[in-house]
Design a protein. Sequence first.
Length: 79
Amino acid sequence: MEAAEHSIFDLLIWGGASLSFIGLLGLVWCIVYVARARRSKLSDEEMRGRLRRALPMNLGSLFLSVIGLMLVILGIFLA
């Protein structure tokens, strides 16, 4: 049996897919976090505090997803 050869482009594609998946998990976490906050009937000030805490995670997750998808596309084009 021959050893499977992996090019740098395969690693770029799979690395980008992994990054996108991590970003997607972060986005799902943000959705669940905010949905729980909405269901708990918090006061306006407490709700704002929860949303303030969720916003950086949401933006970071979105950034990871976009960068991951860009790596996947780059790997596909260059392969």
